[in-house]
Design a protein around this ligand. Structure first.
Ligand SMILES: *[C@@H]1O[C@H](CO)[C@@H](O)[C@H](O)[C@H]1NC(C)=O
Ligand SMILES: *[C@@H]1O[C@H](CO)[C@@H](O)[C@H](O)[C@H]1NC(C)=O
Length: 292
């Protein structure tokens, strides 16, 4: 017979399959990327899982289970309808070819409130970095970032963001690889974390207020640095910097405040450095002009 008739029974059967697969992808608010058709490359699967989770009106979690995956440039953006978690237990590798990424950043979290990034996983940047832009009331816990370029982690316009048991690792001779760079953000906490890199461990840009760094181990690298300040007109003040109980080892500088000479005026105030242990540090405390 040349003609096929689709019976109502068959239609409801396929509808049922569709429903079943959606339920399978999301169970108890957990959106597992491997249920979103992920292969070795999880870029699309992660994007889709994030979109579904972000649209959920109940707290949700996107899960990247153990395993090694490829991840291309991705933006995970809010606002989301409820609190959202990304649990990374696997190793995420950026493309090795730098031409595959335009614009420098690799993973960009934007405009998310009540966000948690956690897990035993690693972001293996292979020369690319992670950005947190306009993230509020958030926690980044246990995650490791490896071999990024420029700033490993760039924090811009965030409020109430905590990094805890966070690890940054890059070779001591890698150029311009700041661990965490913070700018125009308020209420950033970096706690019990370990940063080994080629440039500043933590660098503080203009408009940073209420930054608390405690129990952080830095080195190798260039230490904890406020600035460079005064390079541009209308920079916002830096104030309320609290660095406490940190260990800095095998670095060029310990704690540093640097500004551009005779360019633009700016204000940096209310800075506290307390209980800092330094081992094999060339300039333990340095307030200087920068020429580069
Ligand atoms: C800051 O964020 C944390 C983690 O999301 C949250 O538990 C806490 O209530 C927030 N604090 C304020 C003052 O909003
Ligand atoms: C100081 O930091 C270390 C980690 O470097 C931590 O183990 C210790 O508990 C901290 N001590 C205090 C008093 O916070």
């Amino acid at each position: 017979m040349g003609l096929e008739v689709v019976s109502p029974a068959m239609i409801s059967f396929s509808l049922f399959l569709l429903l079943a697969s959606t339920t399978q992808a999301q169970s108890n608010g957990v959106f597992d990327v491997t249920k979103y058709g992920a292969g070795k490359d999880i870029t699309e699967a992660l994007t889709n899982a994030w979109k579904s989770a972000c649209a959920s009106t109940k707290p949700s979690k996107v899960l990247i289970p153990r395993g090694t995956y490829w991840l291309r440039k991705v933006t995970l953006a809010g606002p989301c309808k409820a609190a959202i978690k990304l649990q990374v237990d696997g190793i995420l590798q950026a493309p090795v070819d730098p031409n595959k990424l335009s614009g420098g950043h690799w993973v960009n979290f934007r405009y998310v409130d009540q966000f948690t990034l956690s897990g035993r996983g690693t972001f293996d940047g292979q020369g690319k970095n992670i950005r947190f832009d306009y993230i509020t009331n958030a926690l980044v816990r246990d995650i490791t970032t490896l071999d990024s370029k420029n700033f490993h982690v760039n924090v811009l316009g965030c409020r109430n963001l905590t990094f805890q048991h966070f690890t940054v690792r890059a070779p001591g001779d890698s150029v311009n690889t700041d661990g965490i760079h913070i700018g125009r953000s308020t209420g950033i906490y970096i706690i019990d974390s370990k940063i080994s890199t080629g440039d500043d461990c933590i660098s503080v840009g203009d408009g940073t207020e209420e930054l608390h760094i405690t129990g952080v181990t830095c080195g190798p690298g260039h230490g904890i640095s406020v600035g460079s300040l005064g390079k541009y007109p209308n920079e916002k003040p830096v104030s309320g910097i609290f660095v406490k109980n940190c260990t800095i080892s095998d670095t060029t500088n310990g704690v540093r405040i640097k500004s551009w000479p005779a360019l633009y005026g700016g204000v940096a105030s209310n800075m506290h450095f307390e209980d800092i242990v330094m081992n094999n540090v060339q300039n333990p405390v340095i307030i200087s002009k920068t020429m580069k």
